[in-house]
Design a protein. Structure first.
Ligand SMILES: *Cc1c(COP(=O)(O)O)cnc(C)c1O
Length: 360
């Protein structure tokens, strides 16, 4: 039996995509070869790559000014590639809202003098900074945000204002494609695929093309954005299979109604589970202080004792709910409910929560 999979990443994929992969992994239609066996330089693969890029940009509503590349190395490699290409020994503003943002900052520190524009670390990242708490520097080469804090369960629902003329970069690994937003506010958006877009192994980076002119020179070839944009992600062998799966996931998104429908589904899931937590706030104790900062992707709560949490996870697993254990730095329970998780999974989980509360 297929479990309800609340893994934080790699995460659940649409069943339709998995079924399609079963066939295409043996043979791509009319090609007599598996997707795993064809050349990355074949016209068939180049078409797959270009279609994936086009559909991604179309679904998210990027204008012609933007271009997307596909790289290995995870979002974590982008933590380093961004300062390598754009910091150029200067400063940048980092809004530090969780562990991933801290890791991004750490890399920038190795390459220049980034500043912390705001952080809520003293409050264990249980909320996002308020607009008036963010201090931008005049000479920042860019501003860096993390849209959804996968571990702490917070998410920007309205991005704070940033100063005119400074490019805004964002790590959207854990909420990309989960809702509509104004892409034109960002100059660079990156996302590892393994939460909302597909399997592990590929990261999508979308950038305003004119930003490339400002990139550092004399970088190692593989670490320069220019290489990959100029070569359409084909400088070396890209993660062919992962890109193909992303294409199928994007087609699934389009088929069910695009971002509009995805957002509706995600809102519904959030309403259900936060509704349950708000019904029993002393039993399912949300770790996020500010209701406006609650993540629609990763829902975190603690229970009265660790023993009770362990019992919750164990009994949930016995009835087919997988991946609910919170990250070790927060503890408790984390319900990751990315795009591919059907709303029915959250309905069922809420029934279980109601029942568990009654019995315990
Ligand atoms: C998971 C995650 C990452 C790390 O991605 P890797 O692909 O493992 O490098 C980075 N940022 C955020 C927000 C994430 O959720």
């Amino acid at each position: 039996m297929r479990k309800w999979n609340f893994n934080p990443g790699p995460a659940t994929l649409p069943l339709k995509v998995l079924e399609r992969l079963k066939e295409d992994t043996l043979e791509l239609p009319n090609l007599g070869m598996s997707i795993l066996e064809i050349s990355h330089r074949s016209k068939e693969f180049e078409a797959i790559l270009n279609d994936t890029k086009k559909l991604y940009q179309e679904l998210l509503g990027f204008s012609e000014e933007y271009e997307t590349i596909f790289l290995g190395g995870g979002a974590s490699l982008q933590f380093a590639m961004i300062p390598m290409n754009f910091l150029k020994g200067g400063t940048a503003d980092y809004v530090v809202t969780g562990s991933w943002a801290k890791k991004a900052l750490k890399e920038a520190k190795l390459l220049g003098n980034p500043k912390i524009a705001a952080t809520t670390e003293e409050e264990q990242f249980t909320r996002l900074p308020r607009e008036e708490e963010i201090n931008y520097s005049k000479d920042a080469r860019y501003i860096h945000f993390t849209s959804n804090n996968t571990i702490y369960g917070t998410q920007w629902h309205k991005y704070p204002k940033t100063p005119e003329g400074i490019p805004v970069f964002c790590d959207m690994s854990s909420d990309i494609l989960s809702r509509k937003f104004d892409t034109s506010k960002f100059s660079l958006i990156y996302a590892g695929a393994q939460k909302n877009l597909g399997p592990a192994g590929v990261t999508l980076i979308t950038m305003k093309k004119n930003l490339l002119n400002e990139g550092a020179e004399n970088l190692p070839t593989m670490l320069s954005y220019k290489t990959h944009f100029q070569e359409n992600s084909l400088y070396n062998t890209p993660p062919v299979y992962a890109i193909y799966v992303v294409k199928l996931v994007l087609e699934w998104v389009k088929e069910i109604g695009g971002l509009e429908e995805i957002e509706k589904r995600n809102n519904k899931k959030a309403e259900l589970i936060y509704g349950m937590m708000d019904k029993y706030p002393d039993y399912y104790k949300g770790t996020v202080k500010d209701k406006d900062s609650r993540s629609f992707m990763n829902v975190t709560f603690r229970m009265v004792t660790e023993d009770l949490e362990a019992k919750f996870i164990k009994e949930a697993s016995q009835v087919g709910f997988h991946g609910l254990k919170g990250h070790r730095s927060v503890g408790g329970i984390r319900v990751s409910m990315y795009n591919a998780l059907e709303p029915e999974g959250i309905e069922k989980l809420c029934e279980f929560m109601e029942d568990f509360k009654k019995k315990n």
